[in-house]
Design a protein around this ligand. Sequence first.
Ligand SMILES: NC(=O)c1ccc[n+]([C@@H]2O[C@H](COP(=O)([O-])OP(=O)(O)OC[C@H]3O[C@@H](n4cnc5c(N)ncnc54)[C@H](O)[C@@H]3O)[C@@H](O)[C@H]2O)c1
Length: 337
Amino acid sequence: MVSFAVLGCGRISDVHLKAIEKSQNAKLVAVCDILEEKAKEKGLAYGVPYYVDLEEMLKKQKPDVVVIGTPSGMHGEHTIMCANYGANILCEKPIEVTKEKIDNMIAVCKEKKVLLGGIFQRRMYSAAIEAKKAVSEGKIGDLILCDGYFKYHRSQKYYNSDDWRGTWALDGGGALMNQCIHGIDILLMVCGDIESVTARCSTLARDIEVEDTAVALVKYKNGAVGVIEGTTALSDGFDTVFQIHGKQGNISFGDGCFYSWDVKGQTAPEILDSLGGKNCGWQNSYNGHTFLVDDMAHCVMEGKAPYIPGEEARKAVDVILAIYKSSKYNKEIKVYD
Ligand SMILES: NC(=O)c1ccc[n+]([C@@H]2O[C@H](COP(=O)([O-])OP(=O)(O)OC[C@H]3O[C@@H](n4cnc5c(N)ncnc54)[C@H](O)[C@@H]3O)[C@@H](O)[C@H]2O)c1
């Protein structure tokens, strides 16, 4: 069994804790949160020691892996602390919020010879997997248009609920960096790398310093173009929508279903094991997180690279940072100069 500790006992932590519980190869040894009541609650609930100081937990428990679920702009410092104590890291999205901090955490993990894996659990959704397979096998031909529409609701109360939400320093941005990053990651996974973006980011409905709404025109490295629309300013009830159009076919899907599967000679694949059916219902079954926890346990045992290495987890952040820059300077920005 590979020993796991959870850092950050906030909203996402139960998903981490349950994923560790569900994995056949992982064993929870400790939890940590800077707020004692939160650490204590999870420690008692899961029957493990709790800590309020990361360094103390690392020294005493020597976990093989730390799952990081602290505010996004703290992931870098916490990763480096873990790496310095020889712990491997499974880090929540976004892996960090600036290029410099991501460069640094990747470099330190390499130097300390520890693994750095990112979390994007929606990569494990069957619709995304089947879409990627069809595109990479050339089933819809060369790509023409690859669009992602990520329309969410987050209330002002949500943004007011913690000091770090909706801030540049710790959330790293707004709708794109916190919520839409999952969809942007899937666009990259299915359609390939993005070369440049031309964008407009706005704060239209929430009292926050970052964007609640953004639109970007994107150019993929393979020549396809597309749009990304992301917002947290709408009322609830809109699904994530991907529309991928190639020279020989079209695929449209959401988090839990296909809207259309226009692939010559094929009917839409069954995706019943994804989110509980074809009805697009959101049912968080912890499957994605469990897969990534289990994968990390195998990586530690077998010395292989994580399913989503740090270098891969950073790609969506790099695209989002380019979108912010494009909007700020009102011009097309290359994701990688
Ligand atoms: N994969 C997903 O779908 C998903 C969903 C939600 C959140 N997240 C990510 O998880 C992270 C946390 O989000 P959340 O909603 O759980 O936030 P949260 O504010 O509810 O929890 C963060 C916790 O970290 C603790 N913390 C802060 N500084 C600390 C420190 N120095 N040492 C130890 N603990 C510290 C806080 O006290 C808090 O309990 C974010 O990066 C977020 O983007 C991912």
